[in-house]
Write a protein that binds this ligand. Structure first.
Ligand code: FAD
Ligand code: FES
Length: 530
């Protein structure tokens, strides 16, 4: 298996935009250049708003380019569950809004002649287990009550045995990076000012709102839309979502019947084929786990490979990658005005349906900013009170934060000395009473940063598949040089300098502590981070 670039990013290029170098004043600041932010920027500009989109790194470089891009009404939370928690009308609104998102994407593809190979495909929720057949039948009935034209089938059209399936007609797929690249160009042509390498560190709600960038400039705006996938430093909203890592493999020259497929395992597997530049790829995802709860992340890719090989004949994968989904405690995303804010809007908790939910979020926020009614705004409101049935999940997810904050500090670090860290490995060590996250690169050089997450202080853990430091509390991720890769953190892990004797591994931690080798200010290169 090769690099951890996604199939989408490895097979396309995106336009580049400069950083914002001076203060600015606009109607709306959109923060984040993924599918949510770019769609919102486009729609808001189309309604005549003066829009500025600021992206911390490169547009489309977040979770969007790591998606498997099933554009579907078959949302991760079953319609039976949605109906139970949000009522029949709630389930109908989820179905309607998901359809509207697919059609909005189709409309934008057509309007701007976007070369992203947008294709209509059926979707199949199937099971290999007798015990899950009744659940598929119940989901069929619930999806029909939600207004979806679903069919019950004795089996899904797959090259391996299965026991029954639910067919969702007219779902879709596309090459996401090509879609986003064209959307950015089209939004710019509509008047959106796009700036890359412009990380937001603080947002002040008010009239105007003031958005502070890490490198100095501030932007004044009537409204702000935080489209950063994980919301920025919002403690309350953080208690309603949890970050899970999901893994993907892409195998070249494999064809299975056209369709989007999801099984009923927990965590579930999802797969489809898609042609890129004439090569058919089988794209398989799954093996999710809560972010930061496992270090041997390669193991999940191996499990995914074994799962695929036991069902379909595949060559070695050309691409393997992973990224985070933000799971919502009650199964639906949080979209709209942020609690305690008048002019700051958020969108998060998309689970594995963020290409459509992100598009829905852009449509809702565009209406709210313009003072228009939106039929889905109340259902997805970010300020909503959770239904009682999700209370257990709420507690389970939130016990993790105080638990990690306290108990992780009671555990010994991964290694006693840097000598125990092999090339390509990252481990925590203790020096001078301080816990450091230390990575040894392929050339043998050590890169040390503080292991204390800059969001709310939990301790980061190494992710060996991506070579990143991941936080188990709210899913922030950092490069081996400490740079923020995923929020909610907005500030990097503090860099630390190790004595040269540490690099050679000839000194133990205690002697190092006595000699006082840990100093702030090292500047290791940003290697191996995404
Ligand atoms: C493995 C995997 C498979 C998936 N498959 C599917 C699928 O099949 N179908 C589906 O619908 N969904 C799927 N999803 C979910 C979907 O891809 C995401 O929910 C969606 O792409 C999120 O889009 P976004 O624009 O909200 O976030 P992102 O694409 O992450 O964009 C957010 C942007 O904000 C930027 N940002 C962050 N902090 C700051 C800051 N402080 N200042 C400025 N910018 C900042 C980031 O750099 C990033 O570019 C999948 C997700 C994963 C992980
Ligand atoms: S992401 Fe919240 S403490 Fe690390």
């Amino acid at each position: 298996m090769q690099s951890n670039a996604s199939l989408w990013s490895a097979t396309s290029t995106s336009p580049t935009f400069p950083p914002l170098m001076a203060n600015a004043e606009v109607d709306v600041v959109v923060i984040g250049g993924g599918i949510t932010g770019l769609t919102a920027a486009m729609l808001l500009s189309t309604t005549g708003k003066r829009v500025c989109l600021v992206e911390a790194r490169r547009i489309g470089c977040g979770v969007s380019h790591r998606s498997t891009v099933h554009l579907t009404e078959a949302v991760d939370t079953r319609y039976k569950q949605i109906e139970s928690d949000f009522g029949k009308q709630g389930a109908q609104l989820v179905a309607q809004s998901s359809r509207a998102a697919i059609e909005k994407i189709a409309q934008l593809v057509k309007a701007f002649a976007i070369p992203c190979d947008f294709l209509r495909r059926p979707g199949y929720l199937y099971t290999e287990k007798d015990k899950d057949v009744a659940g598929i039948e119940e989901e069929h009935d619930a999806a029909q009550r939600a207004g979806l034209p679903v069919d019950l089938l004795p089996e899904a059209p797959l090259p391996f045995a299965n026991k029954g399936a639910l067919r969702f007609p007219d779902q879709a797929q596309m090459h996401i990076v090509r879609y986003l690249a064209s959307l950015a160009t089209a939004a710019q042509a509509k008047g959106t000012r796009i700036y890359e390498e412009s990380r937001v560190i603080t947002i002040e709600d008010g009239e105007p709102c003031i958005v502070h960038l890490e490198h100095g400039p501030v932007i004044r705006a009537k409204d702000v839309f935080v489209a950063t996938h994980a919301p920025l430093n919002r403690v309350f909203l953080q208690t309603k979502i949890a970050a899970y890592r999901s893994y993907v493999l892409a195998f070249p020259q494999v064809k299975i019947p056209d369709g989007l497929f999801w099984d009923t395992e927990d965590p579930y597997h999802y797969f489809s084929t898609f042609d890129v530049d004439g090569v058919p790829y089988l794209i398989v995802g799954g093996e999710d786990h809560k972010t930061g709860t496992t270090t041997d992340t390669d193991e999940h890719l191996e499990k995914l490979l074994a799962w695929t090989k036991s069902r379909i004949t595949v060559p070695a994968p050309s691409f393997r990658w992973s990224a985070q989904v933000e799971e919502s405690v009650d199964g639906l995303p949080f979209i709209g005005r942020n609690s305690l804010s008048e002019h700051v809007y958020v969108a998060t908790g998309f689970s594995g349906n963020g290409t459509t939910f992100g598009t829905i979020a852009a449509m809702i926020v565009t209406d709210l900013v313009n003072g228009h009614a939106n039929p889905w705004a109340d259902l997805y409101a970010a300020t909503r009170v959770k239904p009682m049935s999700s209370a257990t999940t709420y507690l389970e997810e939130n016990i993790d934060f105080p638990m990690h904050l306290v108990s992780d500090r009671l555990h010994p670090p991964d290694a006693k000395s840097p000598a125990e860290i092999r090339p390509g490995e990252g481990k925590t060590i203790r020096l001078r009473g301080e816990r450091l996250a230390v990575y040894r690169d392929a050339q043998g050089s050590l890169h040390a940063v503080s292991s204390v997450c800059t969001h709310l202080g939990c301790l980061v853990k190494f992710n060996n598949a991506e070579k990143t430091w991941d936080c188990p509390c709210h899913g922030s991720r950092f490069g081996v040089d400490g740079a923020v890769l995923d929020g909610p953190a907005t500030r990097p892990l503090a860099k630390k300098l190790l004595d040269t004797r540490h690099a050679s591994g000839t000194i133990d931690a205690r002697r190092g502590a006595e000699a006082g080798e840990v100093r702030d200010g090292a500047t290791p290169s940003r290697k191996d981070a995404e």
